[in-house]
Ligand binder design. Structure first.
Ligand code: UD1
Length: 421
């Protein structure tokens, strides 16, 4: 199905009720990549119906796998032989595809992956992936827009990451699973999506300890037969959950984000509490109440367990109408303030200076035609529209479908007035 190109939002009343959160985009894509490690049938549950999953399905198909969806189940059949190539036509559409490199190297001793494209924010190099894999004995050549990675025998090693990169940690983990001896990844990323990946890998026969800490140890399994297929349920999407929590902060109201895991987003809940929201949680989800105008707070994006950079567009949008001045600092990516121009078109008072945004809350945003530059910025404009006066039309909305399964339907379920066009 073609993703809608426009989303229309009528600003209005409070959000009330229960909104379900789907499976995590940033987890499922890596789980899908991990299936390349061993032949067999994998059943993934709680798989969101988003474009990036379709793209990763196409990528797996290009290697020889069969991928079929049944509701929220994804059934992947991985053949005895795979083609270790990630073609440009697919890779250019989403950067997460780079994570097939690790499993392809582990399975086939080589990988040919087109240089990645993806979201429209700043340069996103892969030097840490390359340096880490070189420590495991991988050799790289780049020609004609492709990286050709080759490893005769992957050799376990100690790898110290310069920064806890999510993607580099994932690629290294999946390569190290089949390396000879043990690999230690120091300064590893600690995100819940990494823990989810380690869980699936261990179910498949990998030997990884330390998931969720910054030191991961992988005992390589030497024979291909020691790895096998497995089934897995994708963790809930903390970024989607954050979207709805910030939305209720903007509009006021009382919602429960069903299925959201508080332990994956403690820092965000703490920050929203600091601004005046009431938040509580139980195993069923996160409850949030905003019954007065919130006050500003300073926020900075940091690797997990800090505030996720993916939450930032929602926080900037929220601060655009809170009382006072908030400073938001981006520590991970350059160029991630492009949506600010769109928020300004809606009357927001925001000044940016390199990686800082200074936001003076206004009483009310004003609905306007705006453009989505990427997934999260697009979702932020939708929730901005919910709190604005009048109508907001978000164009280039197909970006949003890369990471949200029916954002309009879900917001309408809690009283929003959102439609596709
Ligand atoms: C993943 C998430 C993305 C999230 C990000 C940080 C997916 C599909 N995407 O992206 O939504 O915003 O984590 O939580 O899971 N860097 C380098 N060299 C490298 C690798 C990264 O300089 O080799 C830099 C990046 O440019 C960026 C920072 O490190 O400035 C963080 O990147 P990383 O953690 O690798 O993010 P991704 O895995 O790309």
């Amino acid at each position: 199905m073609q993703s809608p190109t426009h989303i229309t939002v009528q600003g209005g009343g409070p959000l009330e009720g229960l909104v379900p959160v789907g499976g995590a985009k940033n987890s499922v894509l890596k789980l899908m990549a991990a299936t390349l490690l061993a032949e067999g049938r994998y059943v993934l549950s709680n798989v969101p119906r988003i474009t990036d999953v379709d793209l990763m399905s196409d990528l797996l198909r290009a290697t020889g796998c069969t991928v079929a969806r049944d509701g929220l189940l994804l059934v992947i059949d991985v053949p005895a032989e795979i083609e270790p190539v990630a073609p440009y036509e697919i890779v250019e559409q989403f950067r997460a595809s780079i994570v097939v490199m690790g499993p392809m190297l582990a399975r086939c001793g080589e990988a040919r992956v087109a240089l990645p494209g993806g979201d429209d924010f700043g340069p996103r190099p892969i030097d840490m992936h390359v340096r880490g894999l070189q420590e495991l004995g991988v050799e790289f050549e780049t020609a004609h827009g492709y990286i050709h990675a080759r490893a005769g025998n992957l050799q376990g090693a100690r790898v110290l990451l310069e920064f806890p990169s999510v993607g580099a940690t994932e690629n290294l983990l999946m390569a190290a699973v089949r390396a000879k001896g043990s690999t230690v990844i120091d300064n590893a990323a600690r995100e819940p999506e990494i823990v989810d990946l380690c869980e699936l890998l261990n179910k498949m026969g990998a030997r990884i300890v330390g998931a969720g800490s910054s030191m991961l140890t992988v005992e390589g399994v030497d024979s291909p037969d020691s790895l096998h297929s497995a089934n897995h349920t994708v963790i809930p999407d903390r970024v989607e959950a954050a979207t709805y929590l910030c939305a209720v902060g903007i509009t006021g109201g009382e919602i429960t984000v069903a299925g959201a895991r508080h332990e994956h987003m403690i820092m965000l809940c703490q920050k929203l509490g600091e601004m005046g929201m009431r938040i509580s949680h139980d195993p069923g989800g996160i409850w949030a109440l905003a019954n007065r105008r919130l006050t500003s707070a300073d926020c900075q994006s940091l690797p997990y367990p800090g505030l996720a950079t993916d939450f930032k567009p929602f926080l900037v949008t929220l601060l655009a109408s809170t009382a006072g001045v908030g400073i938001v600092t981006e520590n991970l990516f350059s160029g991630r303030f492009r949506y600010v121009d769109e928020l300004r078109r809606m009357g927001a008072d925001i000044r940016t200076d390199s990686h800082h945004a200074i936001i003076r809350g206004v009483d009310k945003l004003s609905g306007a035609p705006v453009r989505a530059h990427d997934i999260r910025a697009g979702a932020a404009l939708v929730i901005a529209g919910l709190g604005a006066e009048g109508e907001t039309v978000v164009s280039d909305a197909e970006h949003i479908a890369r990471g949200y399964d029916d954002i309009a339907g879900k917001l309408n379920g809690i009283g929003g007035k959102v439609s596709y066009r």
